[in-house]
Write a protein that binds this ligand. Structure first.
Ligand SMILES: *Cc1c(COP(=O)(O)O)cnc(C)c1O
Length: 375
């Protein structure tokens, strides 16, 4: 895809205009909205409006609109409720100090949404419709984008097979929506390392499965493992590959990196089991910009444990849109319990976090033109 056009602010202006803005008789009062933004409960509170468009087998996508946020009417026989034909995305709208609103690499999310759709036999949403719908909702609910540092409006595009039919087949009716939820810093009291449960009994995906697609089914499959981790005193779970139980893949919703004594980084290669994170991809670039080699490779669990014990691996972190970077302080399973270095937040880990956050908040230069100005 062309990397050039997106610094022309009129580009996204045009895209957003494909979505008709419908009236909203019942927006939250200014006071109520401010209260919800100041004390965000991630994913529990939503803005006044949503983007919506509909697809049918005969007509393709139509009826692009920004409408009042409201429960969806759905037939109990809707295919998604039975066969999980659903995929989603997650990205944030950022407020900059001059009052402008921005998205970070929405073209990368648009592209990934198409790849998820293909895997699930859902119709593709064009890059223009994807970015246009998100941009149109950000503009409509601009007052919902928090202005405090590290507070953002989390945007959740998703689509699902909505026609009532209990046979298993390619969908004939699909709904696509974008909703928005004000969110605060992932770590309210400052960044804190997490403990990771290494799960080798239950897997979120496997070879030929849906690991590379951002779909609800992967999350449903991850929960039993997640709760085994929680029952064992860990905050997050890292899954190993289902075929050989040998290689580390990723967390339930975050990718992973290791930092080595000689300064190089490693991250599990995109085998098809792993979700290709936009944060992962961006951090590879930023680490390389700082002169660090980054190796995408199969990471053997046993090797990593040895390298942590010997001091060869000095930092480990997880990454994703929500938390940006989460330092990993400890790995645990029924067979081991190892602490990474002193169990604290690594130096390069925190530098990379600040670098990426600085770009997203417009506080430092954006050398790769990742930011899209929405309004
Ligand atoms: C969304 C997601 C990530 C992180 O992707 P980002 O684009 O960086 O937010 C990682 N793993 C899984 C399973 C995910 O669903």
């Amino acid at each position: 895809m062309a990397e050039q056009s997106h610094h022309d602010p009129t580009h996204t202006t045009t895209l957003a205009e494909a979505f008709t803005v419908l009236p909203n008789e019942n927006p939250a009062s200014d006071a109520k909205r401010q209260e919800l933004i100041d004390k965000p409960a991630f994913g529990q509170v939503f803005s006044d409006n949503m983007a919506h468009m509909s697809w049918t087998k005969g007509e393709g996508w139509s009826d692009r609109r920004i409408e009042p946020y409201a429960p969806l009417k759905m037939d109990p026989g809707a295919s998604v409720l039975h066969y999980a034909q659903e995929c989603f995305e997650g990205l944030k709208a950022y407020h900059h100090d001059d009052g402008s609103l921005w998205l970070f690499r929405p073209d990368a999310n648009a592209e990934r949404f198409q790849n998820s759709a293909k895997r699930l036999y859902l119709p593709e949403v064009s890059v223009d419709d994807f970015i246009g719908s998100v941009a149109a909702l950000v503009r409509r609910d601009a007052a919902w984008v928090p202005t405090r540092r590290e507070y953002t409006l989390y945007m959740r595009p998703f689509m699902f097979a909505s026609e009532p039919f209990l046979g298993v087949r390619a969908p004939e009716e699909v709904d696509y929506c974008v909703i928005a939820s004000p969110s605060g810093p992932y770590f309210a009291g400052g960044v804190k390392p997490v403990s990771i449960w290494v799960e080798d009994q239950w897997f979120r995906t496997g070879p030929g499965g849906t690991g590379f697609a951002k779909c609800g089914g992967n999350y449903a499959a991850s929960l039993l493992g997640e709760y085994r981790g929680i029952d064992n005193g860990c905050e997050q779970v890292c899954f190993v590959d289902a075929a050989t139980k040998t290689y580390l893949e990723e967390l339930g919703g975050m990718n992973m990196f290791t930092v080595h004594k000689d300064g190089h980084l490693e991250t599990p290669s995109l085998t098809g089991n792993i979700l290709p994170g936009v944060t992962r991809r961006s951090l590879i670039q930023l680490a390389q910009d700082k002169g660090h080699d980054v190796v995408e490779t199969m990471i053997k669990l046993d090797d990593l444990l040895d390298q942590i014990r010997s001091g060869e691996v000095t930092e480990v972190f997880a990454c994703g849109t929500a938390a940006i970077i989460t330092p990993i302080g400890r790995f645990k399973s029924e067979k081991f319990d190892v602490t990474v270095a002193d169990g604290g937040s690594g130096e390069l880990t925190m530098q990379l976090r600040n670098d990426l956050l600085g770009i997203q908040l417009g506080e430092v230069e954006d050398p790769h033109n990742w930011m899209w100005k929405i309004c």
